[in-house]
Design a protein around this ligand. Structure first.
Ligand code: KIV
Length: 326
C-alpha cells in the first residue's frame, strides 16, 4: 500500500510525541512500564493504514476534554472533532454556520487531553472551498494550534485538488464523500448518496478514487449503500471509514453524543444507541433539585463546621436551622 508523504511525516511526528515512553518510565516495574507504554503509545496514520484488510478500526467524535478522555481511555482508535459540534454543542440547526475559530476552540480541548487516539480536525464549511491558500492555512491551524494529527474535508472529485494542495503542504487529509452535511441542501437534504442509479454509483466511486489520488490517507463514506461501500473499499488501497455505509468498510465512525443518548439524532438511522446517558443525567439533575428543595442537600458531609466559641463571639446564640428544612 502506498503511504502518502504527508502520512509519513505525520507518522514520524506523532510517534516522536508518544507519551509514556522513554525516560519518564524510570522507577516502574517491567509490567507497569509495559502497561503504561501499551496504554499511552500514540497511534499513527501508517499504523492505522496497515490494518486495512486485517482489522476494523474504531472512530468516535469528541468535542471537549471529558468526552475525549472517555473515548480515548475506552481504546477508540481515532477521535474526530467533527463539525457536527455545531448541532451537538452549539445548538445550530446544521453544520454550515460553524466557524474555524469554533472548531479550534473545541479541537484544542481534545488535543490537550487524548493520549493514544489519532486526532482528526474537521474543516468547517467555507474554510477551504474559496481559496487554496486559505485552505492550507486553516488545515495548518488544526495541526499547529490544536494538536490534531490530520484534517477532514467534505466534497466530491471537484474538491480533490484542494485535498491535494493540503497534502502537498505536509498535512494528512481524510476525504469525506457521499452525504456531505455542509452542502446537504444541494444534495436534496439528508439522504443516501450513490444508490439512485448506475450514474450516481459511478460518480461516488469516482469521488473516492479522486480523493485517494489526491493523497488522502483515508476516505470517509457517509450514507452510502452497503454494497457500494464494500466495492469502494475493495477498489481503494487506503482505508475507508463508514457511517451509514454498512459493515464492509475499514473503519466505523459514529457521533458519540448520539450513540450515548445525549443528542436526539441527525435524521438518518446511522447508528445504534449504546447507552441512555441522557436519561441517567436527567435523573441525577432531578434528584439534586428534589434534594435541595427538601433540605436533604447539602448534608453534614458537604458542610464545613465552625467552632462554637467563634459563633458565640460573633453574638449568635441561636441554633441555626438549615435553609432548606421545612
Ligand atoms: O462532523 C461529524 O461528526 C462527521 C461525522 C458524521 C462523520 O463528519
Amino acid at each position: 500500500m502506498a503511504l502518502g508523504r504527508a502520512s509519513a511525516i505525520h507518522g514520524w511526528l506523532t510517534r516522536s510525541r508518544s507519551k509514556g515512553q522513554g525516560f519518564c518510565g524510570a522507577g516502574l516495574s517491567a509490567s507497569q512500564l509495559e502497561r503504561r507504554t501499551t496504554v499511552t503509545t500514540k497511534l499513527t496514520i501508517p499504523e492505522v493504514q496497515s490494518w486495512k484488510g486485517q482489522r476494523t478500526f474504531t472512530m468516535l467524535t469528541a468535542y471537549d476534554a471529558p468526552m475525549a478522555r472517555l473515548v480515548d481511555e475506552a481504546g477508540i482508535d481515532v477521535i474526530l472533532v467533527g463539525d457536527s459540534l455545531g448541532m451537538v454543542m452549539l445548538g445550530y440547526a446544521g453544520t454550515a454556520p460553524v466557524t474555524m475559530d469554533e472548531m479550534l476552540h473545541h479541537a484544542r480541548a481534545v488535543g490537550r487531553t487524548a493520549r493514544r487516539a489519532l486526532l482528526v480536525g474537521d474543516l468547517p464549511f467555507m474554510s477551504y472551498q474559496a481559496d487554496t491558500a486559505e485552505a492550507i492555512r486553516n488545515a495548518g491551524r488544526h495541526i499547529k494550534e490544536a494538536g490534531m494529527d490530520c484534517v477532514k474535508l467534505e466534497g466530491t472529485a471537484r474538491q480533490a485538488p484542494i485535498a491535494r494542495a493540503i497534502v502537498d503542504a505536509g498535512i494528512a487529509v481524510i476525504g469525506h464523500i457521499g452525504l456531505t452535511p455542509q452542502t446537504a441542501a444541494s444534495l436534496g437534504g439528508m439522504t443516501v448518496v450513490g444508490g439512485k442509479d448506475l450514474a450516481a454509483a459511478r460518480r461516488l466511486l469516482d469521488d473516492a478514487l479522486a480523493m485517494e489520488q489526491a493523497g488522502c490517507w483515508a476516505v470517509l463514506l457517509e450514507a452510502v449503500p452497503a454494497p457500494l461501500a464494500a466495492l469502494i473499499t475493495r477498489r481503494l488501497s487506503v482505508p475507508t471509514i463508514g457511517i451509514g455505509a454498512g459493515p464492509d468498510v475499514d473503519g466505523q465512525v459514529l457521533v458519540t453524543h448520539e450513540m450515548l443518548g445525549l443528542f436526539p439524532g441527525f435524521g438518518l438511522p446511522f447508528g445504534r444507541r449504546y447507552a441512555d446517558a441522557g436519561a441517567l443525567m436527567r435523573q441525577g439533575i432531578a434528584q439534586f433539585a428534589e434534594d435541595v428543595r427538601s433540605g436533604a442537600f447539602p448534608g453534614p458531609e458537604n458542610s464545613f463546621p465552625l467552632d462554637e466559641q467563634i459563633l458565640r463571639a460573633l453574638g449568635d446564640t441561636t441554633d441555626r436551622p438549615g435553609h432548606g428544612a421545612g
